[in-house]
Structures are given as structure tokens and as C-alpha cells.
Design a protein around this ligand. Structure first.
Ligand SMILES: Nc1nc2c(c(=O)[nH]1)N[C@H]1C(S)=C(S)[C@@H](COP(=O)(O)O)O[C@H]1N2
Ligand SMILES: [Mo]
Length: 334
């Protein structure tokens, strides 16, 4: 069977629905008699039935309160300012890309509530002085938190602006003590098909994997976010720890990280593996380099009717352009 390995979120939003419905319908057919016939009993339920195969089998049982809640809000670092209003939290919480929990923008808000974020262990390995495992609450004690206002630009051409709380990745890297020979930092999301049934989808190479060069990771902007809007991160936003790399397209900013490895070779990332003609390793924002299927010249600001011209490096050229001066042969903007 011929499967177009093109991510549905990569389509302009007007075109996205038919594509992901078509893909899910194929899976639905594969699931065959396994699906409850009752799913089709009521008008509108056909659609719900189609998506139910991606719903968590773990009921969203009450979970203990987040033990880190007292660390928020953290002091704001005023060096990072916005050229626009912040996106309202309610908008951000209802419009997410987190494919582990479904392909619809509203799916993660519901389905990610099954994710258990305590205990949560981060494995630090590869080329480091001492590989180790650290519980998220110990990491939160080890490194100081601050708040930063950042823009976020998805490759799909929508954007947000929000207050993250977390730790500069530079501080994390210093704490992790990589060997001088390490060249890349590789970050992975959890893998658990019970909690995130979409990770059974053969269209992608799970777990979600992303990476930065050491120079990028130790640039002042790279940020490991553990909170947003003055509280611990919501599950749909990538609790308990995710990357925020605001000069790159959003797919670089991997959510719900369980491992960080320092390595010599550039990693194979989930989106690059799924669509190498459309998604690369660098993924730096550039209004002049179109996606193969749409322009990146403008962005749509979520929660408003505004469109704005896209800025080179999403407006962060001053901080990051120098990272790429020696990389002329690379496809830096896809
Ligand atoms: N594990 C994981 N991380 C992910 C994604 C994903 O599907 N899975 N989507 C990425 C994309 S495409 C974007 S735009 C941002 C969205 O973050 P938000 O939902 O908090 O806005 O998360 C990124 N990180
Ligand atoms: Mo994205």
C-alpha cells in the first residue's frame, strides 16, 4: 500500500482535515471489527469513533498535585521582550501539536491528561563525564528558574507569544558536564503506547526525537521550559519539561523529555525521517524560504485575526545568526 508520508500538521490548516481524516480512516479500516459498532450510532459519532482508536486506554484518573507548584511564578528576566501581546493562556491550552495524543489541534488538551508526570526521570547520557538519572524535582532544585517572554513560530505558519518558565539550556549543559568531543544534544520524548496510543502509528519513528548542536544548545536563547503562564507546564504543552528554541520552527521544541544525550553524530529526527524533503535538522525560521507546499512569508497570530510578516530567525537574528556563519552548505531554513 502506498502511504504518503506527509504529516497532516504540515498542511495549511484549510487542507489539513481531509488529510488526517483520510489517514485515520486507513487505520480505522485496518482496525476493522475491533472498533465498536456503537461508535456510529449517533449523528456526529462516526467522527468520534474514528478518533477513539487513538484515545488513551489509561483513564485520566485523579493525579496528585504537582509538587513543584510553589516554584512558580519565577522572576522574569527582562532581557527577553515581545513585539506583540501575549497569547491568552486559554488559547494556548486548546491549540496544540502533540502527535502522541492525536493529530487534531484540540486532541492534546483532552488526551494528554492521561500522562503521569510524577515520578518523572530524566536520563542524561552519551558523552558526559558521568551518565546519570535525575528526578524532575531534583533537577528543579539544582538549577535556578526564570521567566522569559518568547515568540513561538510553527512551520504551519501560526504563531504565539508566551511566558515560559524554566532554565537556560546553557546552565543545564554546564551541569550535565559533556565531554569536549560531544557535538550534538539529542532529546527524546517518553514512549508509552498505553498512555499515548498514537505512538503505535507506523507513519512516524517514535519516540519523538530532536536535537541541537552544542553551540545551539549553549546559545543564550535555548531554554528548557518547565512552566508557562506562571505555573508548572500543562500536560498538553509538554509537561514536565520541554524545549523552547524560539528561532526555529516549533517542531524542534520537543515535549515531555525523558532523555538528553550528548553525541558525536547528528541524530535522525522524527520529522526529518518522516518527510526529508520538507523538514530538516536545522529548521531555522526564514520568511524567504518557502515550505515546498506553502509560503513562510507571513504568520497568523493565534487568538487574533492578525497576520504579520515572518522575521528572519523569528526575530532572534541578533542572538543566533552567528551560529550559522560557517555552515554555508547546509539547508539551514527547512
Ligand atoms: N513530543 C512532541 N513534541 C512536539 C510535538 C509533538 O508532536 N510531539 N510537536 C511540535 C510542534 S510541531 C510544535 S509547533 C510545538 C507545539 O507546542 P505547543 O502545543 O505547546 O504550542 O511542539 C513541538 N513539540
Ligand atoms: Mo509546529
Amino acid at each position: 500500500m502506498l502511504i504518503r508520508r506527509i504529516p497532516s500538521w504540515a498542511l495549511p490548516e484549510s487542507a489539513a482535515t481531509p488529510e488526517h481524516v483520510a489517514m485515520n480512516r486507513r487505520r480505522f479500516m485496518a482496525a476493522g471489527a475491533g472498533l465498536a459498532a456503537g461508535a456510529f450510532a449517533a449523528p456526529g459519532a462516526a467522527q468520534a469513533g474514528l478518533f477513539d482508536i487513538f484515545k488513551s486506554k489509561t483513564p485520566a484518573a485523579p493525579q496528585p498535585p504537582d509538587p513543584s507548584v510553589g516554584l512558580y511564578p519565577a522572576k522574569r528576566n527582562d532581557a527577553y521582550r515581545l513585539d506583540r501581546d501575549m497569547t491568552p493562556e486559554s488559547v494556548n491550552l486548546g491549540y496544540n501539536n502533540f502527535y502522541e495524543f492525536g493529530t487534531g489541534k484540540g486532541d492534546p488538551a483532552e488526551n494528554a491528561q492521561a500522562l503521569r508526570i510524577r515520578p518523572w526521570t530524566l536520563k542524561i547520557g552519551g558523552m558526559v563525564e558521568t551518565p546519570r538519572e535525575v528526578g524532575i524535582d531534583d533537577l528543579l532544585k539544582a538549577l535556578p528558574l526564570e521567566e522569559r517572554l518568547y515568540r513561538h513560530r510553527c512551520v504551519e505558519a501560526w504563531s504565539m507569544a508566551l511566558p515560559w518558565t524554566g532554565m537556560p539550556m546553557k546552565d543545564f549543559v554546564a551541569w550535565a558536564k559533556p565531554l569536549g568531543s560531544a557535538r550534538y544534544v539529542v532529546m527524546k520524548t517518553f514512549l508509552d503506547t498505553e498512555v499515548a496510543p498514537y505512538q503505535a502509528s507506523p507513519l512516524y519513528e517514535w519516540p519523538y526525537t530532536e536535537g541541537l548542536t552544542i553551540e545551539e544548545a549553549t546559545n543564550e536563547l535555548a531554554f528548557l521550559a518547565t512552566g508557562a503562564y506562571g505555573k508548572p507546564l500543562a500536560r498538553q504543552m509538554g509537561a514536565p519539561i520541554r524545549l523552547a528554541a524560539p528561532w526555529k520552527y516549533g517542531f524542534k521544541s520537543v515535549k515531555s523529555i525523558v532523555s538528553i544525550d550528548f553525541v558525536e553524530k547528528r541524530p535522525r529526527t522524527l520529522w526529518e525521517a518522516a518527510g526529508p524533503r520538507e523538514y530538516g535538522f536545522w529548521a531555522n525560521v526564514n520568511p524567504e524560504v518557502s515550505h515546498p507546499r506553502w509560503s513562510q512569508a507571513q504568520e497568523r497570530i493565534l487568538g487574533t485575526n492578525d497576520r504579520r510578516p515572518t522575521l528572519l530567525y523569528n526575530g532572534y537574528a541578533e542572538q543566533v545568526a552567528g551560529l550559522y556563519s560557517g555552515l554555508k552548505g547546509e539547508k539551514l531554513f527547512m
